[in-house]
Design a protein around this ligand. Sequence first.
Ligand code: F6R
Length: 307
Amino acid sequence: EQPQAVKDTLAAYVKEGKIDFSEGGLDWKELKEVTRFYFVACGSAYHVSLVAKNVIEDLTEIPVECDVASEFRYRNPKLQEGGMVVVISQSGETADSIAALRLAKEKGLPVLSIVNVLGSTIARESDHVLYTCAGPEISVATTKAYSCQLAAGYIFSLLLAKAKGKISKEETRSLTEELFLLPGKIQQCLSFDQEILPMAKELKDADNIFFLGRGLDWAISMEGALKLKEISYIHCESYSSGELKHGTISLIEKGSPVIGLLSQEELAGKSISNIHEVRSRGAKCFAIRMEDITIEEEDFAHNLIVP
Ligand code: F6R
């Protein structure tokens, strides 16, 4: 269902090629004045916020802070006037996220939520709501809702960049068109069973699996690690490629499985040098990479190319 869910979410906010959030009660002028965003969420939704932070800061230069909702509510956060709190939640009923929303409102900040369930508590109590169109998320492990939250996050970032005058009409159009290619690319990934199966067979008896990534790849790998441990019961963690050497590398031994995410050309060289570090300690490495990122095949036991 992921391709359709993502397509529906994009289509809900892009009308005749133009981004339109008016249904969510989001006023263009209000958005333009926001000086800082505070994203608050739990689990997979928190991982989405880390992607949104990267994209918003890159496109708009507006600072974005991300908090795990259960920490936010207990750390007496300092929220600046002019800021906006963004709560991301599939169910709209997660207790820590609701508490964070109420705290933000107490502190006088407007709250925008990205929610999947219509009329849920978070949707009702927020000033603005961007609904994702994932439909009922039956699986305990969020999958299509996560993808839809990412899609909503990207559209929101584009609108923001446009409101702030940071990207031109043409750039907005071309990036929006690019987003609409996603459902087809997701569909392609869903047909990769033949490529994934041998990799899964090699990983199924592992006690520990490590994910490595930088930037956006790190944010995405956190979700990979969460999903993998949640549904396979194999212990799995994600590390930022550059941080691994500050302690965790001591866990890497002969045969330790390491999955490297390589999707950003400008960071790939650095990430690959971290792969070499773990390889020199005997790790068995797997790559999930974009086609245009070149690797030395012998560095990886398997490498999965995503569109
Ligand atoms: C992981 C997962 C959880 C949720 C988290 C937040 O697969 O589903 O980590 O993302 O519990 O739930 P929502 O989005 O409903 O607030």
